[in-house]
Design a protein around this ligand. Sequence first.
Ligand SMILES: Cc1ncc(COP(=O)(O)O)c(C=O)c1O
Length: 455
Amino acid sequence: MSTIQLRTSIPGPRSQALMKRRDQAVVRAAFHATPIFVSKAEGAVIEDVDGNRAIDFAGGIGCLNVGHRAPAVVAAIRRQLDRFLHTSFNVLPYESYVALCEKLNSIVPGKGPKKTLLVNSGAEATENAVKIARAYTRRPAIIAFEDALHGRTYMAMAMTSKTHPYKAGFEPFPAEVYRIPYAYCYRCSYSLTYPSCEVFCAKHLEDAFKRVVAAETVAAVIVEPVLGEGGFVTPPPEFFPTLTDICRKHGILVIADEVQSGFARTGAMFACERLGLEPDLVTMAKSLSGGLPLAAVTGRADIMDVSASGQLGGTFGGNPAACEAALVVLETIEKENLCARANVLGERFRRRAAKWQAQWELVGEVRGLGAMQALELVRSRATRQPADEETKLVSQYCYEHGLVILTAGSYGNVIRLLMPLVVTDAQMDEAMDVLEAALASVAERRSVQTPQAVL
Ligand SMILES: Cc1ncc(COP(=O)(O)O)c(C=O)c1O
């Protein structure tokens, strides 16, 4: 029996009525990828307020690797509800905060003893990583990448690359943020080709120290091991070892932003492990706590401990229910072997996607690591002109047919998969059937069938 069950056209009447209220009451700038109001959710399935059932490939923007309402996570939260909800770790500390820091210290990549700070959101984690890096190095500058996204608070926004909708109109940004190209091989900023480029983009950091910002003023390079919002781009294997060697030579810290790529998404607990990236600090959020707001910075103890008591933290950071949930999330990932599952799901998708790429010129590139997979859509394989409008149509077709899916990319032309890793094989296949039908409908509407010669 199919998981997807549609009782009304999408959005249904109740969703439409709620959208009218939303338009009156909620700021315009609060974006949503679908016009569907949710009523309940379980595993990889959501039910909307009109009784329609859909498969969720967005997972609340990558926050639900263990699935909606994972039973062990819900039980842990329930136990905490009966004890206390908030005291602030700054006033009356509690064990779960300490236990979660101990656990993260033991699993986060990077050498030597570690320490952890808990906060509320990905943006807060990247902000704090910058504070810590500056305090430790006593240097001001931060190097970030093109196509990066690190959050929407001011420093995080300054480090973010995409102008619309994230930055435009909010200027001026904090100073001392410099930007270099990422290893986005499909759209290489230097028009080079891997592997003959010999990861010129990583080596070019040395050039940036001569022409853009002096190395001795740089506190840290902040980098997503796999670009999230930037379009699920995975750098070639030489990129991170080359980049980190240069950073170490100049006493510059490496911050790995694992907010989107962490917690089994890429087929390892952290993407760093798959890419030979040895960071000094790691930022985490999203799937850490199974749907509750929680984020963390974990790093080398000597770096993390440079600031004095009271210099880091906040009222809600490390909420006790979120900490209990996170401890169970980490246990669940290990017990249910979700890293292996991510690789299986990724492979299942790649097999189907290879056929789509052969069939439709629209599918320019299929890429990803583990279950962090994406399709980059183009109008022409030769020009690689981003198919942004077509990407919107694919996403719309999907939600109208029972699959919630997200777009990404600096050009808005990437379809990305962030499904809960507990999705069943049958649900995965059903979701891919919808995605295939969406691509077919858009590709055929645009008459962009691949000529045989290109195949
Ligand atoms: C890599 C990365 N860093 C930081 C953030 C910001 O996280 P939050 O939205 O929780 O502030 C995001 C959000 O998508 C992200 O993908």
